[in-house]
Design a binder for this molecule. Structure first.
Ligand SMILES: [Zn+2]
Length: 420
């Protein structure tokens, strides 16, 4: 919900927020601290807010109808550097765990996450593809090749949200140029903090997000119920200028048009309609990434949130310099596509299937792709081509049992099919 509120009132409100610790995300308290310690920051935040407002006015998005994509629909690539700051070997998470997090970001920010199916039908048409792609940097600040993953051992037993982790001299690891990279620090955050992020406009050396090593990625040290990578999805939302869905106040203002007003944060993994602030007919949008539910309960950014994010990348916007970053050099998006197993743009149904199977793709990029079906002992039993976005596969020649579908020979994550 967005309603008229003078910008300076917005910041005063932020300064007046009670100092009650919020569970998990500390981005609000962090912003309050930053404002208190950097007198010039108020003006910077105000400038960014009014720039964002102008950009969004210019590009009102029609919701529940046509998507006008006011701030563009081209995919924006954000090179990422992950600083792993560890005190013991357990905290020194693997490359695979880092990659699992990047994969989640590329689903959530592209609306490719499988669990969009869990969005209640009445809110499903709010879910937007934000068009942001996150790639581990392959060129460092000196133009040399890099994996985009930095490891640094520290004597610090843990870190709070005081930013020590962002400075080598304080036991952390210095940030890379924020105009070319998204900096993510992974460390042991104390006091139950899952993560926090800087807001656009903060000092360069503090710019980025920090995530606890037990809530990062989907493998290794990631621990339930924060083991689906959504802490980073949420915190990067803040890094991209999003505010909590309840506007950080009772029935507050998150400066987004299409999110209903909401009383306060939601915890756990609820279902059904929860009403507050008179937000009929459907109630709280607690399945939004900017609420506080468990990872399994979050499924979407809205079109309005997308526009707020993408405003930052307009000429003159706080994240505009990233568009010319050379931190990631690689192929086009098509060649970087993670493949069918991780790409939720392909759906197969019904499964189990009897006579035939439908394969539906969200776009034409798989039209013409080779589809192979393997039996349980790895023998290829069918080879065909996907002829369109809705493709019907005849299964009548197959006997009952379990099969695996493979698209374009990508063998990592085959689709499992049960023939009845
Ligand atoms: Zn937050």
């Amino acid at each position: 919900m967005r309603h008229p509120l003078h910008l300076s009132a917005f910041l005063l409100l932020l300064l007046r927020l009670p100092a009650v610790a919020q569970q998990g995300c500390r981005s609000v308290e962090y912003k309050q601290d930053q404002l208190l310690h950097n007198p010039g920051l108020t003006a910077t935040f105000l400038e960014i807010e009014s720039f964002t407002h102008r950009q969004m006015e210019r590009s009102r998005v029609i919701v529940n109808g046509v998507d006008h994509g006011g701030n563009g629909t081209t995919t924006i690539t954000v090179p990422v550097v992950v600083h792993i700051v560890y005190n013991n070997p357990t905290q020194n998470i693997t490359d695979a765990q880092v990659q699992s997090q990047i994969a989640v970001l590329n689903m959530d920010y592209r609306k490719r996450n499988r669990d969009t199916s869990q969005i209640p039908s009445y809110y499903r048409n709010l879910a937007a593809d934000c068009g942001i792609r996150f790639m581990l940097a392959n060129v460092d600040t000196n133009g040399k090749s890099t994996t985009g993953i930095i490891r640094r051992q520290t004597q610090q037993q843990g870190f709070s949200y005081n930013d020590a982790v962002k400075f080598t001299a304080r036991g952390g690891d210095d940030a890379w140029d924020r105009d070319r990279y998204l900096n993510i620090w992974v460390c042991d955050l104390t006091d139950g903090v899952l993560g926090y992020s800087s807001a656009p406009g903060c000092p360069k050396q503090n710019d980025g997000v920090t995530i606890d090593y037990t809530t990062f990625g989907t493998t290794g040290t990631a621990a339930t119920p924060f083991n689906l990578g959504r802490t980073a999805t949420h915190e990067i939302g803040h890094w991209l200028n999003l505010i909590h869905i309840w506007g950080d106040a009772a029935c507050g203002n998150d400066d987004v048009d299409d999110t209903p007003q909401q009383g306060t944060a939601t915890h756990g993994n609820p279902s059904g309609m929860i009403f507050s602030c008179g937000n009929t007919p459907y109630g709280n949008l607690y399945m939004d990434y900017m609420d506080f539910t468990d990872d399994a309960g979050m499924h979407l950014f809205t079109y309005g949130q997308r526009e707020r994010i993408r405003s930052l990348f307009a000429e003159g916007g706080a994240r505009y310099p990233l568009l010319t970053s050379t931190g990631y050099v690689g192929g086009s998006e098509t060649t970087e596509d993670p493949g069918p197993g991780s790409d939720m743009s392909i759906r197969i149904y019904p499964n189990p299937a009897v006579g035939s199977l439908w394969i539906t793709t969200s776009n034409t990029s798989y039209t013409g792709a080779v589809l192979d079906v393997y039996n349980q002992v790895g023998q290829k039993v069918v080879t065909t081509r996907i002829s369109g976005v809705n493709f019907q596969l005849d299964l009548s020649s197959l006997s009952k049992g379990i099969y695996f579908l493979r698209v374009n020979g990508a063998g990592k994550n085959d689709w499992k099919l049960v023939k009845m």
